[in-house]
Write a new protein. Sequence first.
Length: 274
Amino acid sequence: MFHLDPAYIGHVWPTFMWTITLVAAIGCIMGFYEFVWFMSVGYGFAVMCIGLFHLIFGFAAHTFTAASVVLSILFIIYGWRLGGYILKRELTNQNYKNKVGGGAFKRTPIFVSLMMWIMSMFLYAAQTSAVSYRIINRAPDNVWAWVGIAIMACAILGEALADRQKSAAKKENPHRFCDTGLYKIVRCPNYFSEIMFWIGVTVSGIGAVQGKQWIITILALIIIVYVMYNSAQRLELRHEKTYGLDPEYQKYSDTVPILFPFTKHYHTLTTYRD
């Protein structure tokens, strides 16, 4: 266990975390152009910007370790891949926009956008806080950092593979649900990978996050798990409306877990096929 000077805790931590929040705000500011981007494109780019800031700060302040560098790079890779993928999909795939957003730009009141922007910046700063605390606490590398890194790397690969497999399946047959590749194991492999990524971030903070800092880190993990579960629920609702009367989909959804692999959790809501 390492010791932190109380004066350091009182002055450096708040400044650093407020700066991270500002960086997250810049990363997701495009939500003012289209509201859903606060939670999609802006989400990815905010995490990417935080990873870049971690690198710059760590090198400038000489607080970096090997694990901190890798963790920051994983944030950059994760954010760039996710934000770029969603942005490309929303700009080029009109069918997707028609299904999810109605295909038309909807003007959101500025007050609502402002509140979502504020909530988003704080949430993204909280989600990445385990790595932020590792850097600002000047914590030495430990086995938990590398375990977290392994989980995060696998999650990025899983999410990228799931998105690629779904895109390929939809290109081949746009009117059929995807049940190939990772989708044979779980119906929402991208959401599951998302949860695993943030679990990896949290695990990486063991031995580095100190005392009350854990409140922010754990709370953020609980929120993202809830958000992913809710996203799976909304996706299931859309799939039920689209494919609910298809016997193949009924068999698929009744035998393949929706979010957590190798469980018997097949549904998040009561279906209405009758």
